[in-house]
Ligand binder design. Structure first.
Ligand code: ME8
Length: 514
């Protein structure tokens, strides 16, 4: 069992040009679940998120808001911190690229690249998309726009370049030697063929505006926002102090979680920058899919941007967390619809998990004196249920190691289903009259299975799982994965609090369904 090994997980740092929406919440949620899972599994976790505050896009947004860029960043960055609180994210740090620690790190990696002959001064003439903060070759344009559909503008200015072309072969070797470096596999293939098609040197400084990290010893230039932004991942673990405890424990990062839109920056440019600076690349980059809303692209102009805060208001936090990771195979694109959301809440949560917990706990309350029932002589069917719950951890661990959230939840819900079938087959309501000790044994087996389920659903639904564990009187200090299994099994006779429903059905109000 992997105990005590460090696990460093990062989200993209979000541009502060916009209020956070469901897409941002999704990426950080996925990381939060992994961070919580790994902590419960005994690992030493560092979970980083934050905001990307430099560049032309942010400068433009600040200007449009009539604000000084830093004051604007302070304001919008706070929205992302508020989101983290509202979504119950357990990040250990929140980095802002305007912080001094980051400016120091960005200039340090620049100096390192320069000292290693990886940077030269030239001039850039080509297309630039402010929305994507990316340079495009003429040949990449589609109908005069970036391949992403963003507007481009012609830029001609002195610029420093990074010798990206020199890293084609080392990158290909790295992908070959580390097949899990880019995931899912389809994305990995895209990255490999992009690199195989040849790499041009990359412009890494700008002179036509000033909102960025100054290039060391050449104050006419600011660093290209992506070189600055990517560096946040090492800033947060202490770079340039590579001898620090945090850098030595947490670098290379275990996982950079990103949306598919920014994979190239993470899987091509970033490992090239790092290798060129003599720093190990991260272990893995996972690119998840894109959410559309009721079949349409989410956009301000369509007015269909979904605010996570509104969703939480309407459905409650843990059901939203569950839905986002259960509904769509992680890595695929997905469509958000209120109908599906309600379907999952009323099906998986209220009818399946919630009902299991509710009926078991209320039978215990009514028929076992409000205390954990006695565990009788175990029959094969009882052992099968408890065994299935105990066998879940390695399965879920392996699935989460490959970021298969939906499959991990499916595996847990198979045992929820098994437990519900067991209740029906054993019919403890009949045993109450015919064989009370057997009824107690059945309820004990169910309660013990539920204890396992609730411990395992903690990363996904921390509050709801805690309420279930509270109702089973599981001590707060006995809720990690080390407490799964027989050694910490429920103790018969323990007084239990009054049961209360954890996953109510969602009933549409006339207003909400309009
Ligand atoms: O790209 N569906 O920041 P950003 C799913 N600052 N995920 C979505 C989404 C959607 N519809 N929309 C956004 C940047 N995302 C850079 C990153 S990292 C060194 C710098 C998520 O604010 C997804 O994770 O544009 C995507 O990659 C990220 O938000 C882009 O956030």
């Amino acid at each position: 069992m992997p105990t005590g090994t460090p696990y460093y997980i990062t989200t993209p740092i979000y541009y502060v040009n916009d209020a956070p929406h469901i897409g941002h919440a999704y990426t950080t949620l996925a990381c939060d679940v992994l961070a919580r899972f790994m902590r419960l599994d005994g690992r030493i976790v560092h979970f980083l998120t934050g905001t990307d505050e430099h560049g032309q896009k942010v400068e433009k947004s600040a200007r449009a808001a009539g604000m000084d860029p830093l004051a604007f960043c302070d304001k919008v960055s706070q929205n992302f911190r508020d989101l983290a609180r509202a979504m119950n994210f357990s990040n250990d740090d929140f980095i802002r690229t305007t912080e001094q620690r980051h400016i120091i790190a960005s200039q340090a990696i620049w100096n390192e690249l320069k000292a290693r002959g990886q940077i030269y001064l030239g001039s850039y003439a080509g297309w630039y998309s402010v929305r994507d903060e990316a340079f495009y070759a003429e040949s990449e344009l589609v109908d005069g726009k970036a391949p992403t559909g963003a507007d481009v503008e012609w830029v001609e200015e002195p610029s420093y370049f990074f010798r990206l072309s020199a890293w084609q072969q080392p990158l290909l070797e790295h992908y070959a030697a580390h097949p899990g470096f880019v995931a899912p596999e389809s994305r990995r293939n895209e990255v490999v063929s992009f690199v195989q098609s040849g790499l041009r040197d990359l412009s890494i400084s700008r002179t036509s505006f000033g909102w960025g990290v100054p290039v060391p010893e050449d104050p006419d230039h600011i660093m290209y926002v992506w070189l600055d932004a990517l560096t946040n991942y090492i800033t947060a673990v202490g770079y340039p102090d590579t001898a620090s405890d945090s850098f030595r424990s947490f670098w290379p990062a275990s996982l950079h979680m990103v949306g598919k839109d920014i994979l190239r920056f993470h899987a091509v440019y970033w490992p090239a920058f790092l290798m060129a600076a003599g720093i190990a690349p991260p272990r893995r980059v996972f690119a998840h899919g894109w959410w559309t809303i009721e079949g349409q692209k989410m956009s301000k102009s369509l007015g269909n941007v979904i605010s996570p805060l509104e969703l939480i208001d309407r459905y409650d936090l843990d059901p939203v967390r569950y839905f986002l990771l259960r509904e769509v195979p992680f890595g695929n694109d997905g469509d958000f619809s209120h109908r599906q959301m309600v379907h999952r809440i009323n099906g998986d949560l209220a009818n399946d998990y919630g009902n299991l917990v509710q009926r078991v706990l209320s039978m215990v309350a009514k028929n076992c004196g409000g205390a954990t029932p006695d565990d009788g002589a175990r029959r094969p069917e009882d052992a099968a249920l408890i065994g299935a719950a105990r066998d879940l951890l390695p399965v879920v661990r392996e699935l989460l190691e490959e970021q298969s959230f939906h499959k991990a939840l499916e595996a847990i819900w198979e045992v929820v289903g098994q437990a519900n079938r067991y209740v029906d087959e054993q019919a403890p309501w009949t045993l109450r009259r015919t064989d009370p000790p057997r009824m107690a044994a059945v309820l004990y087996a169910l309660a013990e299975a539920i204890r396992h389920l609730a411990i395992l659903t903690q990363p996904f639904m921390p509050q709801a799982s805690a309420r279930i564990l509270d109702q089973l009187a599981v001590p707060a200090g006995e809720r990690t994965f080390a407490h799964l299994g027989p050694e910490h099994a429920l103790r018969p006779g323990t007084p239990l609090p009054r049961p209360e429903g954890v996953f109510p059905r969602h009933v549409e109000t006339a207003e909400a369904s309009a």
